[in-house]
Design a protein around this ligand. Structure first.
Ligand SMILES: CC(C)(COP(=O)(O)OP(=O)(O)OC[C@H]1O[C@@H](n2cnc3c(N)ncnc32)[C@H](O)[C@@H]1OP(=O)(O)O)[C@@H](O)C(=O)NCCC(=O)NCCS
Length: 178
């Protein structure tokens, strides 16, 4: 039976989702190999939130958040990346649903702010706006400035400047360059 959108379930990923996740990324990102990063995050688990969207038996979307800190502050933060929806399931609200569910879980866990480097036209729809205070771990080229965005999740006090402190897996300049 063909899976329908109303069957959509969003849940934390398990180790037996790996094969579906490995199929999803090359389909969603034909020109970019994000699998090494995703595998590393999922297997080394430096403190992540990993959710899959399932329609019937099919894994149709995946989102990852890496828990992180901000220099000079005790605030808990999270970096959203990557996010992938299977091409035939795009533009049905699945990406937005994964973002919404992820942010709501992070908020429950006391995360004060989520950060993302991505298209403002897309992430702006979920409430993100350009971040100018807290910097990413590597300086961004001018044309990426608007793409560095954040969204406050609660009432916890937040530093208005600093640098995002990420686990080692993210400390590769190539992940932050065009
Ligand atoms: C970007 C992506 C995650 C969006 O997921 P999705 O489930 O298709 O998104 P939603 O259905 O929640 O939202 C779709 C809306 O966002 C818009 N949208 C989708 N991708 C967009 C983009 N890159 N820039 C601007 N708007 C975008 C669409 O126009 C659509 O709106 P419309 O149907 O009213 O025109 C998905 O298209 C995807 O996996 N793309 C390839 C990988 C990628 O670029 N991932 C994001 C960067 S990590």
């Amino acid at each position: 039976m063909e899976a329908k959108l109303q069957d959509l379930e969003i849940r934390p990923s398990r180790s037996d989702d790996m094969a579906s996740i490995e199929r999803l990324y090359p389909a969603a990102f034909p020109e970019e190999d994000l699998l090494p990063l995703v595998r590393q995050l999922l297997t080394e688990d430096p403190g992540i939130l990993s959710l899959v969207a399932e329609a019937g038996e099919a894994t149709v979307g995946h989102i990852l958040f890496t828990l992180c800190g901000i220099s000079g502050s005790d605030a808990k933060a999270a970096l959203l990346a990557p996010l992938a929806v299977a091409p035939e399931w795009q533009r049905k609200g699945i990406g937005s649903a994964l973002i919404r569910e992820g942010l709501s879980r992070l908020k429950r866990d006391g995360v004060a702010r989520a950060y993302v480097l991505g298209d403002p036209a897309y992430y702006g729809r979920s409430g993100f706006s350009p971040e100018t205070g807290v910097a990413p771990p590597y300086p961004l080229p001018e044309e990426y400035r608007e793409a560095w965005q954040s969204l406050g999740l609660g009432s916890a006090p937040l530093p208005d400047h600093g640098t995002l402190g990420l686990p080692d897996v993210w400390m590769q300049p190539a992940l932050w360059a065009p």
